[in-house]
Design a protein around this ligand. Structure first.
Ligand SMILES: [Zn+2]
Length: 429
């Protein structure tokens, strides 16, 4: 028997029934979906069938989540190496993952898979306050598979979809500003680095950001995890509520509600685990590796795929009342540095930097310096030196850093990007 899809409600802030389910009901329902997906992949996907056969697991008849956890984890190199043995049901639209950690993986979407992702996209938009009759101004969908669903979802919700020319690179800010003036949207979706660069650029040009954004009530920000002070800084600067959206090309999808406690997982499309190096679930409050399972059979199967991302799960109910678990993705291991045996991410450092109202919104990069010695954090911060002693103290207290080597970048006006770590050779000129 197939698990029945949640009913659409569109009642107040609630988009559909899944938001009202108890954690137990959600877990049971997700297991039905996972069981079907795994049984399907065991029969139709050469790569997974062989992998599970080797592991000695009968994937055609899982009886509970403990059985599911016997399925071995798979990595990006596994899928890249498997080639056509994995991508047997080629879709028609392909997205390539970033090559930041080895060879990119190309993920194909078929029509049915795209349709499946309209629901979580519409749910996220609904939570952020998008309603019929409104206009959304969005970044080109080329950069991420979740973005490819946005235009369709806006139309399905009875809205209007507008795109501005160019990518999230700050050099396209003029096109964005022009589109803002002509389109007068109620809703904007773009990347966090672009929003930060744009706010600074408007300030430099003497343009009143709140005036430019006066038609906008909400914005969805993707691409980098927002610290609470940075979210506040952007909301305040543009005069619109900013919602964080996150996900991966392999199928994870999550959106923030108006309580802004961390994005809620769209549990109808993905089952997400956060595991320690031994493959066991981490304790609450701990970080681990994000492992994704897609909960429907359309497109290429993704079962217990280890993304390598550093993430944290929050299973306690949110202030909004929804019991859908929440997930914060902090970054990749290669965009972190080891300090005192712990992986410190650029997000952790930004938490300390953004706590200072004079520093919030400045670009922060971790600097990889093998000569710096253990316990020493090297960090490059845009702008002139400011309250370095206090910042060093905060980094010491919060992250266990013994000493900080600061590289103040002056008015370099470097573009904010997705890159979070640079080599020492790039700051010592
Ligand atoms: Zn919530």
């Amino acid at each position: 028997m197939s698990a029945t899809a949640p009913q659409q409600l569109c009642d107040g802030g609630t988009y559909d029934e899944i938001e009202t389910w108890s954690p137990q009901k959600l877990r049971d329902w997700q297991f039905e979906l996972a069981r079907e997906v795994v049984a399907d992949a065991a029969e139709s996907n050469k790569f997974y069938a062989e992998r599970w056969r080797q592991a000695g697991v009968d994937a055609t008849a899982l009886s509970d989540w403990n059985d599911f956890k016997k399925l071995p984890l798979v990595s990006k190199p596994d899928l890249v190496a498997a080639g056509d043995a994995w991508t047997t049901r080629r879709g028609r639209v392909a997205f390539s993952t970033r090559g930041t950690s080895g060879e990119p993986l190309v993920v194909w979407l078929d029509g049915e898979e795209s349709q499946t992702y309209f629901v979580p996209t519409m749910r996220g938009y609904w939570w952020a306050g998008f309603r019929s009759g409104e206009t959304a101004l969005m970044q080109s969908p080329a950069w991420h598979r979740l973005a490819a669903m946005e235009g369709h979802s806006v139309l399905k919700m009875g809205g209007r979809a507008a795109y501005y020319w160019g990518s999230g690179n700050p050099q396209y800010a003029d096109y964005f500003v022009e589109a803002m003036r002509r389109v007068r949207p109620q809703f904007v979706t773009t990347t966090a680095p672009f929003l930060v660069s744009l706010l600074r650029r408007l300030g430099d040009d003497g343009v009143d950001a709140r005036e430019l954004f006066s038609s906008v009530h909400s914005m969805i920000s993707v691409g980098l995890p927002l610290t609470p002070p940075l979210r506040e800084h952007l909301s305040e600067g543009f005069g619109a509520e900013v919602f964080e959206r996150s996900g991966t090309q392999e199928g994870a999808a999550a959106d923030e509600c108006s309580a802004h406690t961390a994005p809620h997982i769209h549990a109808d499309v993905c089952h997400l685990e956060v595991l320690d190096p031994l493959g066991e679930p981490v304790a609450p409050g701990e970080r681990g590796r994000l492992v994704v399972t897609k909960l429907f059979a359309a497109g290429d199967p993704v079962v217990r795929y280890d993304t390598g991302d550093i993430a944290e799960l929050f299973e306690d109910p949110c202030a909004c009342g929804r019991e859908l678990p929440r997930l914060k993705i902090y970054g990749r291991p290669e965009s972190s540095v080891m300090i005192g045996g712990r992986a410190v991410t650029a997000y952790d450092v930004r938490m300390c930097v953004d706590a200072d109202p004079e520093l919030v919104g400045r670009m922060v990069l971790l600097v990889r310096d093998t000569d710096a010695g253990p316990g020493v954090l090297s960090v490059a911060i845009e702008g002139d030196a400011h309250n370095a002693d206090e910042l060093e103290k905060r980094l010491g207290e919060d992250l266990g850093v013994e000493k900080v080597a600061f590289y103040w970048l002056g008015n370099a006006r470097m573009a904010w990007g997705f890159r979070q770590v640079i080599d020492i050779s790039e700051v010592q000129r």
